[in-house]
Design a protein around this ligand. Structure first.
Ligand code: AKG
Length: 241
């Protein structure tokens, strides 16, 4: 996928006001913000938007800072359970977010560590750009192209189902593949729906909107010929019980 970087300065919006009962801001402070020119992807039950949030210089600085300050989970928190067997995840992972939140998936429960100022800044940049608020971020670090993430849907009950997931990529550009649930495997009933491949670039922001995660699997496949680090942050809205 080509880069479609558009960086324009917007005039200061008057005020920040949240529309009542709606998750989207009606208008909000965009002063001195970069306004992303999102490219829209629309397929059967897939709605994603992709654009560049940070310039190369900004993204370089963020990656450097992340490498300095982030600590990743170890031991049981770095494992997943598949078909009754525990496996080390093929990457490093950690979560930060509002107090008391945790994310249950693949037999594990990942508790949120407290927000760090760097992560709050990124979260707030995404909110300014998209109007959506987030209370949790799952961070995955891929040391090189041999680290990966298998096919899955982010459709766990802990997540607010109709809220977008905002995925920020830093570092090595990597392929990211969507497959419709009915197009997978031997018993596929919808072979006519092809996969969608995106290349997630350094500083790129992918918005996975409802109902994408109810119908489409996504994965970050292994790419043995890539040797640089990549960090991905998925900002999410968890259900607050
Ligand atoms: O690293 C990525 O871009 C994939 C992240 C992902 O699929 C997830 O966090 O659910």
């Amino acid at each position: 996928m080509d880069l479609f970087v558009v960086k324009t300065k917007r005039k200061r919006a008057d005020s920040q006001s949240e529309s009542s009962g709606s998750k989207k801001f009606k208008s909000y402070e965009k002063s001195e913000c970069n306004v992303i020119d999102f490219k829209k992807f629309r397929l059967e039950n897939l709605s994603c938007d992709y654009g560049i949030l940070y310039s190369k210089r900004e993204a370089d600085n963020l990656l450097k800072e992340c490498e300095k300050i982030l600590c990743y989970n170890e031991g049981k928190l770095a494992k997943i359970c598949l078909f009754g067997k525990w496996h080390n995840i093929p990457r490093k992972q950690v979560a930060h977010g509002d107090e008391g939140l945790s994310y249950k998936f693949s037999g594990n429960s990942i508790p949120a560590r407290p927000w760090l100022p760097l992560l709050e800044n990124i979260r707030d940049d995404i909110t300014r750009q998209t109007g959506y608020k987030f209370n949790f971020v799952l961070i995955n670090r891929y040391k090189d192209g041999s680290d990966y993430m298998g096919e899955h849907k982010d459709d766990e009950k802990d997540l607010e189902a109709d809220h977008p997931i905002a995925s920020l990529s830093l570092g090595q550009a990597r392929d990211f593949i969507f497959k419709h649930q009915d197009s997978r495997g031997k018993n596929s009933t919808r072979r006519d729906i092809p996969p969608l491949k995106l290349v997630l670039q350094h500083g790129g922001l992918l918005m996975m909107n409802y109902p994408t995660n109810s119908y489409w699997y996504h994965s970050l496949p292994c790419r043995k010929k890539l040797f640089n680090v990549r960090i991905n942050m998925t900002f999410r809205k968890m259900v607050v019980k």
